[in-house]
Design a protein around this ligand. Sequence first.
Ligand SMILES: NC(=O)c1ccc[n+]([C@@H]2O[C@H](COP(=O)([O-])OP(=O)(O)OC[C@H]3O[C@@H](n4cnc5c(N)ncnc54)[C@H](OP(=O)(O)O)[C@@H]3O)[C@@H](O)[C@H]2O)c1
Length: 340
Amino acid sequence: MHCKSWVFSRNANAYDLVRADQPLPDALTPNAVRVHVKAISLNYRDIIAWRNLAGRQVDKRVPASDGAGEIVAVGSDVQQWKVGDRVAGCFFQTWQSGPFDLAHHKNDLGGTLDGMLQSVIDLPETGIVEIPPSLSFEQASTLPCAGLTAWYSLFTRGGLVADQTVLCIGTGGVSIFALQFATAIGARAIVLSSSDSKLERARVMGAWETINYREHPQWADEVWKLTDGHGVDHVVEVGGPGTLEQSMKCVAASGHIALIGVLTGFGAPNTSLFPLLARNVRLNGIYVGSRDKFIEMNAFIESKQIQPSIDQVFSFDDAPSAFEYLQSAKHFGKVVIALK
Ligand SMILES: NC(=O)c1ccc[n+]([C@@H]2O[C@H](COP(=O)([O-])OP(=O)(O)OC[C@H]3O[C@@H](n4cnc5c(N)ncnc54)[C@H](OP(=O)(O)O)[C@@H]3O)[C@@H](O)[C@H]2O)c1
């Protein structure tokens, strides 16, 4: 068997994507499984690596944390998996459960470890989960980072319950999962976007209210009005320094901000943090989530029959176009690459 793969290759300022197909290693270690990858999904994180926005060294690394496929071989000591099982890789290969530990930083797919943008990958038996039976491989490929980050933010760290309000910033991967999860338990999602047509799509998916953040750069005022002066109970903060001020202005007393993203850059927010104190707000830093929470999320997705929102599917050979498309931010939800 041959392994098709893409890798990052260093250029003057950032990275190119180049093909690096290779023969498979023969031996599977006793506790590993071999997965035929059927679909990969991209995250903004892959753009950060590709465009070298955070100065991370990823030369010769296979990109992408997120992928799903079918087990084609199991190591001699593997008990819990068999050939034919439908699985996804875990973003952190070592984070099984409990609180985050710094050691997991060295065990992230598509960052420190080779990721899923290859046709075959060997992973530890504890580094995969079964995918929800009702999902296609393409749909399931969206879960390991984007899905789990939204889940871990809202439920594990945030304690979201029905009737609360959730602010989803933008209509990218994490935010649309947050919309779907919130709606599925009877919470009310307010969605922000730069695009009215994307806001219309969000409404069709169950958004309670929508705001165009280009038309309303002070969108916190709009959120305040929509919630009758209560504010939102949870903010899915994927914007970072450029949106945190507005998020703090519209979070409810005793509310929760899940600090997730850096869409507006890596700098410091030019704003007072005082609203956090004055409102007794919880500010949780989020880094994806653990394997046991991935399993928990998958059970929820299956029970609620949630269908991940895929914008476009690219072929494996056309993977660079998928990166370009995600970078353009024209997408709604997820961008996927499929393998035959
Ligand atoms: N900490 C973690 O564990 C973790 C996990 C996953 C992702 N992240 C981070 O979370 C962020 C989102 O990731 P993703 O993969 O979901 O991104 P994505 O799919 O690329 O989402 C991009 C969308 O975000 C919206 N956006 C961009 N700039 C914005 C701004 N200034 N204000 C409001 N919305 C804006 C736009 O939506 P519209 O087109 O609708 O305007 C854009 O289409 C990234 O920074 C990523 O690195 C962190």
